[in-house]
Design a protein. Structure first.
Length: 82
């Protein structure tokens, strides 16, 4: 993307990725929605230890801080105020 505008190739690539993800989802999970599957996911999430959630939150926080203090200043230094 140049200048913040979507190029026709970007739109095509996005649509191709969306179609691929839909096909993969249907291939793996099928078309039907199972409440048993949802209950299994919920039970698994509630069954995880608190340490898992703390580590996951820490990783997200480190990623956010890296984005905020590394990526954004570099992006703004390359693009003067508009």
């Amino acid at each position: 993307m140049l200048g913040g505008r979507m190029q026709p190739r970007d739109i095509f690539d996005g649509l191709l990725l969306a179609i691929l993800l839909v096909v993969l989802y249907i291939q793996v999970f099928g078309l039907s929605f199972s409440s048993e599957r949802l209950q299994t996911v919920i039970d698994t999430l509630f069954g995880l230890d608190l340490i898992f959630y703390l580590v996951f939150a820490g990783v997200l926080a480190i990623g956010f801080l890296g984005y905020m203090f590394v990526y954004l200043p570099q992006k703004h230094s390359q693009n003067p105020t508009q």
